[in-house]
Design a protein around this ligand. Structure first.
Ligand SMILES: Nc1ncnc2c1ncn2[C@@H]1O[C@H](COP(=O)(O)OP(=O)(O)OP(=O)(O)O)[C@@H](O)[C@H]1O
Ligand SMILES: [Mg+2]
Length: 464
């Protein structure tokens, strides 16, 4: 609202209240004015007509046939008693014949009415109201028509209308002032919960991200809910950060210690072979640290992403991605004595983000290479099912006992493979990524009930 000088709610409410009451008040005043003029005229016109009638009754026909009138001054006095108004009259005989009174006084030409006729006019520079009464005087043989005009200045009427108008304006102003006061107080009272809300938030510890439970007006409830959901997201981002830094320092300690030891050994090495051995071990530890960091970063990213939903995702072909990643790991697999293969043809579409999906496949393939044991056969499979898509990584290694399958899905849970360079984040990462794309992870027996079959199923992409 650029109209307003300030964005204060109180001022805006007052502004609109004043604007609306001013408009309504102005209309009411116009109406009052017209009503007041009408009333004042009605009352005074009656008196004016009365005095015209009183004069008309005194008009007689003289013996010579002309009209004569004996003005009853009482009739005029009942007019003048009211205010400083001046009174005029004239009596006219048959058309055009002036009999008595003020000759210049405006009158109304011939009317047919038996009742008094009224009009506004000006006389001697003053506004006047005139009443004209048409009568006829009778001689017994014939009747002579005449007109009596009585006029008075309009000072009293105007004073009356002004008084009425003034009173109404005063009443209106009082009403507006009253309403403004009420609005002022009401706004102050209504804003109180907001001030309390502000205080409550200000008093909080910076890391207190509990939902706001203050009672607030319904209009502000939405804002509070938005802030609350924002705080939930902030909390999960903070948790992710805390988890990350805590885990990073804990998990990196071992590889860092190894690197340090190997560096010291290399420094003290007397032969090239010794130094090379230390460098190789140090290098393995660096790779280990790298992997830990990568997994932790990925986990933190997933934590921070929270449950953003799949709205912004477009369908991708998981066959192509899985095939590529599998092919990538074939050398590492054969070095470990594992026969890694891919099974699947034709595109399989899933609504997912390609890099994250790649991480998912990579984690599963790496697990199989690490834990299935030399001589094992590992197959990565993609296929469309009736209501979605499936990614499978199957091996015929030792597998994971049924009762431990729930446990290994938790963070930092590991089976008896302590020497392998992981830390138990792989499967949780797989599960979180799957959930991000609406999918589910299940661990099953491998083919021939030997080994492990990891199944990730995804819903069919939304058709738009
Ligand atoms: N194909 C498999 N065969 C047998 N055991 C497995 C297999 N995959 C996973 N496991 C067991 O489950 C545990 C958890 O796996 P997960 O991938 O979560 O963690 P990790 O591989 O130990 O560490 P990270 O993946 O974070 O490097 C592993 O330590 C391993 O003992
Ligand atoms: Mg793993």
């Amino acid at each position: 609202m650029t109209l307003l000088p300030s964005s204060s709610l109180r001022r805006q409410l007052l502004f609109w209240l004043l604007v609306s009451t001013a408009v309504i008040g102005a209309l009411a005043l116009v109406d009052t004015y017209r009503e007041a003029v009408k009333t004042a005229n009605l009352v005074s016109d009656r008196v004016l007509a009365g005095s015209a009638l009183a004069i008309a009754e005194r008009v007689v026909v003289a013996e010579n046939g002309s009209l004569e009138v004996d003005i009853p001054y009482v009739a005029l006095e009942m007019l003048t008693s009211a205010a400083q108004d001046r009174v005029f009259y004239r009596v006219d005989g048959p058309p055009g014949k002036f009999i008595t009174g003020y000759k210049g006084l405006p009158t109304i030409a011939q009317t047919d009415s038996q009742l008094a006729v009224f009009d506004n006019a000006t006389f001697r520079g003053e506004r006047i109201r005139i009443a004209v009464l048409q009568r006829s005087a009778s001689t017994g043989i014939n009747s002579v028509p005449f007109a009596v005009t009585v006029a008075e200045t309009t000072i009293a009427r105007r004073q009356l209308t002004q008084a009425i108008l003034l009173r109404s304006a005063l009443r209106l102003a009082l009403m507006i002032a009253g309403a403004a006061t009420i609005v002022w107080i009401a706004v102050t009272l209504s804003l109180r919960p907001l001030y309390r809300l502000g205080d409550a938030i200000a008093e909080r510890n910076p890391d207190d991200l509990h939902p706001i439970e203050q009672i607030v007006p319904a209009e502000v409830q939405g804002l509070v809910e938005t802030v609350n959901s924002f705080m939930v997201r902030l909390q999960s981002a903070l948790d992710a950060l805390r988890n990350f830094s805590g885990n990073a320092s804990h998990q990196l300690r071992t590889p860092l210690a190894i690197i340090r030891t190997q560096l010291a050994l290399a420094g003290r090495a007397t032969t090239l072979a010794e130094a090379q051995d230390a460098a190789r071990k140090g290098d393995i530890a660096v790779a280990h640290a790298e992997r830990i960091l990568a997994q932790l970063l990925l986990m933190a990213k997933l934590d921070a992403a929270g449950s953003k939903g799949r709205q912004a995702l477009s369908p991708i072909d998981i066959t192509a991605i899985s095939q590529e990643i599998t092919a990538d790991r074939v050398p590492a697999a054969s070095a470990a004595g594992i026969d890694l293969g891919f099974d699947g043809s034709g595109p399989v579409l899933v609504q997912a983000e390609p890099l994250l999906f790649g991480e998912l496949v990579r984690n599963l393939v790496e697990n199989a290479i690490l834990y299935a044991g030399a001589g094992a056969e590992v197959t990565v499979r993609t296929r469309s099912t009736g209501d979605g898509a499936l990614l499978e990584v199957e091996d015929d290694g030792p597998g994971i006992p049924k009762e431990r399958r729930e446990l290994v899905r938790q963070r930092f849970a590991r089976e008896h493979h302590r020497d392998a360079p992981g830390m138990g984040l792989g499967l949780p990462i797989v599960e979180e990524i799957a959930q991000l794309f609406g999918g589910t992870l299940s661990l099953k027996d491998g083919a021939g009930s030997n080994g492990l079959l990891v199944e990730v199923s995804f819903p069919a992409p939304a058709t738009s």
